[in-house]
Design a protein around this ligand. Structure first.
Ligand code: NAD
Ligand code: ZN
Ligand code: ZN
Length: 340
């Protein structure tokens, strides 16, 4: 089968013919119809996360891609819950143990034994991906593969972070970064009945935010950004989905007292916030890591009800390096999904 392979950090992925995976008794083989391209893949391909790289063993050579949706075409003998032809998706969490304290507390996304799709095992930048039947999630038939794939990381992550940030109806929520995650965050925050402020550095992204229901759209690069945001009012919650440290600095300083900064985007540098300001304003900082299968089911229901819709473009898998380049330069509107 065709797959895009990472051999070394900072090198382009190579499109190669590799053996099709064979599924074990508890696994399914999925023919990938669409796999979303997440900025995390770009960070990983660039070797940009030293802490992650020292904590987990990245498979090499590696097929990345952790937003894969397709049809079940083979299944192991112990798999009863799926039939051939079912449409399912594979998320970041390929497997979690189900036995540790965190798993038992419903925090499988923090399981120390977890296996990560497209990081520690092969993912979806390929014609086929195999996955644990216990950890794949059924896609509602009303959603196409292209619509559903980006929900498996981008959508899931912003859904969980919106819950963790405790967004309440009527609150002002600023979404910093209207990219793959952020354009879905605008819609998720609207579904939580918030007043939403979309913030990015290009007019095209701001127009997208408006078209998706943002009540305000502000350009963080504009000289009068702070004054404009003041006019709207300091947000109760800032969901920072950009990987720019500058976005975090702006988000922190713009929050109203008793505000919550949600850490989602992953800059390479450490973030620092002055404690005197945090204390004076009783600022909360919460972080969230992708999401659980339960979060994903809730989000897919929201999408099936038409409340969250991914703006996406499908491109051939062979163009993956151009897609990365477009992402590096902020040229993607919404999400790109690739297919072999
Ligand atoms: P993306 O490239 O699609 O979107 C990033 C957006 O940020 C772009 O629209 C860009 O124009 C905008 N931006 C750049 N500089 C900005 C600034 N100064 N102010 C405001 N906006 C700015 O990326 P994505 O796929 O949405 O991923 C975003 C980040 O989220 C990445 O760092 C990724 O690794 C991370 N991520 C985290 C989790 C998690 O579990 N916490 C999960 C998935 C992705
Ligand atoms: Zn991702
Ligand atoms: Zn566990």
């Amino acid at each position: 089968m065709k797959a895009a392979i990472l051999h070394d950090y900072k090198q382009p992925l190579r499109i190669e013919d590799v053996p099709r995976p064979e599924c074990a008794a508890d696994e399914v083989l999925i023919q990938v119809e669409a796999c979303g391209v997440c900025h995390s893949d770009l960070h990983l391909a660039e070797g940009g996360w030293p802490q992650l790289l020292s904590a987990v063993t990245v498979k090499k050579p590696l097929v990345m891609g952790h937003e894969a949706v397709g049809r079940v075409v083979e299944k192991g003998r112990d798999v009863a819950q799926f039939a051939l032809g079912d449409r399912v998706g594979v998320a970041w969490i390929y497997w979690s143990c189900g036995q540790c304290r965190l798993c038992k507390e419903g925090l499988e996304n923090l399981c120390p034994r977890q296996i990560i799709t497209g990081v520690t095992v092969d993912g979806g930048y390929a014609e086929f991906v195999k996955a644990k039947a216990s950890h794949v999630t059924r896609v509602p038939e009303t959603l196409s593969a292209q619509e559903a794939a980006p929900l498996f990381c981008a959508g899931l992550t912003v859904y969980r972070s919106s819950k963790k940030a405790g967004i309440r109806p009527g609150q002002r929520v600023a979404v910093f970064g209207i990219g793959g995650l952020g354009h879905l965050a605008v819609q998720v925050a609207k579904s939580f009945q918030a007043e939403v402020i979309g913030i990015d550095v290009t007019e095209e992204k701001l127009a997208l935010a408006r078209s998706l229901g943002a009540d305000h759209a502000l350009n963080a690069a504009a000289g009068d950004f702070a004054a404009q945001l003041k006019k709207v009012g300091g947000p109760h919650v800032a969901l920072v989905t950009s990987a720019a440290k500058a976005a975090y600095d702006l988000a922190f300083s713009s929050l109203r007292p008793d505000g919550t900064l949600a850490v989602i985007g992953l800059p390479a540098e450490d973030l620092t916030f002055p404690p005197i300001v945090m204390v004076a304003r009783e600022t909360r900082i919460v972080a969230s890591s992708v999401g659980t299968r339960a979060d994903l089911r809730e989000l897919l229901d929201l999408a099936a009800a038409g409340k969250v819709r991914c703006h996406s473009e499908a491109r051939p898998l062979a163009q993956i390096n151009q897609v990365f380049d477009d992402m590096r330069h902020g040229r993607i509107l919404g999400r790109v999904v690739v297919r072999a």
